[in-house]
Design a protein around this ligand. Structure first.
Ligand SMILES: C[S@@+](CC[C@H](N)C(=O)[O-])C[C@H]1O[C@@H](n2cnc3c(N)ncnc32)[C@H](O)[C@@H]1O
Length: 203
């Protein structure tokens, strides 16, 4: 959906220095009632905290760099910063009954964190809203369970009845559409449980 000029409630999970935050503030916050919420620990993800990277990314000044960058934006007064882990902050937003039109998921890249962020953000995304996952195919770690891909794929399978997807170079864009696949009750009770030897859940 075209976003510019519309009243939008935007959520960014993971802002780092604010490159994407400042772009959104400068380009998507024209409407007087638009708002933007960002969540970040400002401690970096696993990839930033690794000893060899902490210096490279200058982690000790991350939050002050973020705050200096967003302060230059015309619409900074529409920005709410939640300095917290995404799992806690997202649940707090749910408690507030928050809803969003555009969500950018780019915090922890550890699959189980991404899965949590995806599901809770999805619950707060309005129908016709858009959720973007950054680093869809990022493989910073050797093990699948530390990379976002498995989490995003698992989420997409679960949300299949109400999604339209588009993959760009490094991102997965997901639009929430009205549910178009109603659940069909299984007519045969004998099929309620899968035969273990054929369908082990962990295979
Ligand atoms: C890849 S960077 C975000 C980049 C930013 N979206 C951009 O495009 O410029 C990831 C950010 O997520 C934050 N982060 C990592 N794990 C987090 C968690 N569990 N909760 C909140 N923030 C987290 C890090 O501090 C880091 O600033």
């Amino acid at each position: 959906m075209p976003l510019r000029g519309k009243k939008l409630h935007v959520l960014e999970v993971g802002s780092f220095e604010g490159a994407s935050t400042t772009w959104i503030l400068d380009n998507l916050m024209d409407h007087a009632e638009s708002t933007m919420t960002v969540i970040d620990t400002f401690e970096g993800g696993m990839e930033h905290q690794a000893a060899e990277n902490a210096q490279k990314y200058n982690m000790s000044t991350l939050e002050s760099r973020f705050r200096a960058n967003v302060a230059k934006c015309e619409h900074v007064n529409k920005l709410r910063v939640m300095k917290a882990r995404s799992d806690n902050a997202l649940l707090a937003l749910r408690q507030e009954s928050a809803h969003f039109d555009f969500v950018y998921v780019d915090a922890s890249h550890v699959a189980i964190d991404v899965l949590h962020d995806a599901v809770v953000c999805w619950r707060m995304l309005n129908v016709h809203g858009v959720m973007v996952f950054d680093d869809f195919r990022w493989k910073g770690y050797m093990e699948d369970c530390y990379n976002p891909h498995v989490a995003i794929l698992g989420f997409l399978r679960c949300a299949a009845p109400e999604i339209e997807t588009r993959e760009t170079e490094s991102q997965m864009w997901v639009t929430k559409v009205p549910n178009r696949i109603p659940a069909t009750p299984n007519p045969d009770p004998a099929l309620y449980y899968w035969e273990k030897d054929k369908n082990s859940a962990l295979e």
